[in-house]
Design a protein around this ligand. Structure first.
Ligand SMILES: CC(C)(COP(=O)(O)OP(=O)(O)OC[C@H]1O[C@@H](n2cnc3c(N)ncnc32)[C@H](O)[C@@H]1OP(=O)(O)O)[C@@H](O)C(=O)NCCC(=O)NCCS
Length: 243
């Protein structure tokens, strides 16, 4: 691994949004999922920028979006998370309102820019496959920290920035004993990289429309055994020793 640069992890601010989108576009330039879901010859960076701006705005309001600043790059990486919700939690009025706002903004964007190469049938097939995957693997009643974007600028990969970005949420997840979840469409090298971050591979699911397929690999990071359990077993050990 290259020398680790000085990295500052911060919440995404509106002034970082454009730089964060550029990182996402460049990091996913050769992504198998993007290749499957977009007709690259029709891909519109302008439409994608508008779509990502909406998503970032939603993330700042409803999720947890972190960016990595380095001395060389204003934004070297970005991670977007959605906080855990108990599986049986009902959506609040605010969730409902935010979802509708997102939908209206997306419709507005599609009217203005068109689909920009997005293969709409594949988009719905992916949603279906993802829902099937989630119903099978997301079984923890208290929910999961859900990572829906992680991207490091290609010139900054392999320098510990991804791990530093993820740590912002791992600390919270570990302190509250909650698992983290992500999906990747790249087995190599991502599964190995995420294993180094404490994730384990759980399941793969193939989205196949008969013309081409894309496989999603899901991974879970379990929280360490709760501190209180460790303390108790230490106490038990002491008692046993003294007996
Ligand atoms: C996947 C990605 C987010 C990882 O971030 P990163 O900053 O490159 O990863 P890090 O440098 O923090 O590496 C984390 C660990 O993986 C290891 N690692 C990094 N690259 C590796 C590789 N190519 N093969 C094996 N291990 C690797 C590191 O050594 C490190 O382990 P350590 O802490 O035990 O030393 C980043 O490479 C990326 O943006 N890729 C393109 C977009 C993408 O695929 N995003 C993920 C969508 S789910």
């Amino acid at each position: 691994m290259a020398t680790k640069p000085a990295v500052e992890i911060a919440r995404l601010s509106p002034s970082d949004v454009d730089a964060a989108i550029l990182v996402i576009q460049q990091a996913f330039a050769d992504d198998p999922f993007a290749d499957w879901i977009y007709d690259r010859t029709q891909f519109s960076p302008k439409r994608n920028h508008a779509s990502m701006t909406i998503r970032m705005g939603w993330g700042m309001r409803n999720g947890h979006v972190y960016v990595a600043h380095t001395p060389e790059r204003k934004v070297a990486g970005v991670a977007m998370w959605v906080a855990p919700k108990p599986l049986d939690a009902k959506p609040t009025w605010d969730d409902w309102w935010q979802d509708w706002m997102l939908w209206f903004r997306q419709v507005g964007m599609n009217t203005r820019f068109g689909r920009g190469g997005l293969k709409v049938k594949r988009y719905y097939l992916w949603k279906e496959c993802q829902a099937r995957m989630h119903s099978q693997v997301l079984t923890n009643p208290e929910g999961y920290w859900f990572c829906n974007i992680l991207a490091i600028h290609p010139s900054c990969q392999g320098q510990g920035i991804g791990k530093a970005l993820m740590q912002a949420v791992f600390s919270d997840a570990d302190a509250t004993g909650l698992p983290c979840y992500l999906e990747s469409s790249k087995f190599e090298p991502n599964v190995k990289i995420y294993e180094r971050m404490g994730f384990r591979f759980v399941k793969e699911i193939k989205c196949d429309d008969g013309e081409a397929a894309c496989t999603l690999f899901s991974m879970i990071r379990d929280p360490p055994a709760k501190q209180v359990d460790d303390d108790e077993s230490e106490e038990d050990g002491k008692v046993a020793d003294s007996e």
